[in-house]
Design a protein around this ligand. Structure first.
Ligand SMILES: [Zn+2]
Length: 164
C-alpha cells in the first residue's frame, strides 16, 4: 500500500465514497469531528441528546448481544440487526462491591438491569450504595458519566443506571 501522499488524502476518501453495501446510513458521529468530542467508553453506548445502548439482535431467535458475534450463541444463526435497548429498566440482581483495585472508589453497586427484556450489566450511579437504598426490582434509567480525559483532551463517557 502506498502511503506518503500527504495532500489529497481527504479528497480520495470523499471521492471514493462508494464502499459498497456496507456504507449504508449516514452516521452523525463522523471520524472527522473535533478530537475534543467525547467518545463512548464502549461502542454499544450511543451518545447524543438521548444516550442509549444498541444491541446486536439475532434475526432468527431475538437473542441480544452487546459484543459483535459471528454467530448467535442461542441458535447459531449468523444474521444480526442493530436494535435500540430501552433506557429504563429494573434491577434484577446487584452486589455492593466493598473491595476493588487501588484507585477505584468503593463501595459501589454492580447490577444486572432488565431493560425491557434485555439484560445489561452495569453499575448503579447516584444512589447510596447500601441495602436500604438499593433493592431488587427498583426502577432505574440509563445515565452517563465522565470516565476521564486523555492527553489529547478527549473525554471518555461511560454509562450506568440511576434511580428513575
Ligand atoms: Zn439466535
Amino acid at each position: 500500500m502506498v502511503v506518503g501522499v500527504k495532500t489529497g488524502r481527504e479528497c480520495l476518501d470523499r471521492g471514493g465514497a462508494s464502499l459498497g453495501a456496507l456504507a449504508s446510513g449516514d452516521d452523525r458521529s463522523s471520524l472527522e469531528t473535533s478530537m475534543a468530542a467525547p467518545i463512548p467508553l464502549v461502542d454499544y453506548l450511543v451518545l447524543g441528546d438521548e444516550p442509549h445502548l444498541v444491541a446486536n439482535e439475532c434475526t432468527s431467535c431475538g437473542a441480544r448481544f452487546f459484543d459483535r458475534r459471528n454467530a448467535c450463541a442461542g441458535c447459531f444463526a449468523t444474521d444480526f440487526r442493530k436494535v435500540d435497548v430501552d433506557s429504563s429498566g429494573e434491577v434484577r440482581a446487584f452486589t455492593i462491591v466493598a473491595f476493588a483495585a487501588p484507585g477505584i472508589a468503593v463501595p459501589f453497586v454492580s447490577a444486572i438491569v432488565d431493560c425491557g427484556g434485555t439484560s445489561v450489566r452495569a453499575n448503579l450511579l447516584n444512589v447510596t450504595p447500601d441495602p436500604e437504598h438499593v433493592t431488587l426490582g427498583m426502577k432505574v434509567r440509563l445515565t452517563t458519566s465522565s470516565m476521564g480525559v486523555d492527553e489529547a483532551g478527549t473525554e471518555a463517557i461511560g454509562f450506568g443506571y440511576e434511580p428513575a
